[in-house]
Write a protein that binds this ligand. Structure first.
Ligand SMILES: [Zn+2]
Length: 68
């Protein structure tokens, strides 16, 4: 499956066997941006730009906003 990098537009190729069901961060190897993706049964449910190319922030969980 392929995901378009929201930062540079590069096609990121993901192995279906690995990313069939996946929720988390993916790094674009072209520009280094971090994409937050949600894949369910090989379908892309959501793609968000997590951060632009930068290093040092590796906190996938724990930043959930709960309101009520
Ligand atoms: Zn990119």
């Amino acid at each position: 499956m392929k995901i378009n990098c929201l930062s540079c537009g590069h096609n990121i190729n993901l192995e279906d066997s690995t990313y069939g069901d996946y929720e988390g961060a993916i790094k674009c190897y072209a520009c280094g941006a971090i994409l937050e993706v949600k894949l369910i049964e090989g379908c892309i449910k959501s793609v968000k730009l997590h951060s632009l190319a930068q290093t040092g922030g590796n906190a996938p969980a724990g930043k959930s906003r709960t309101r009520e």
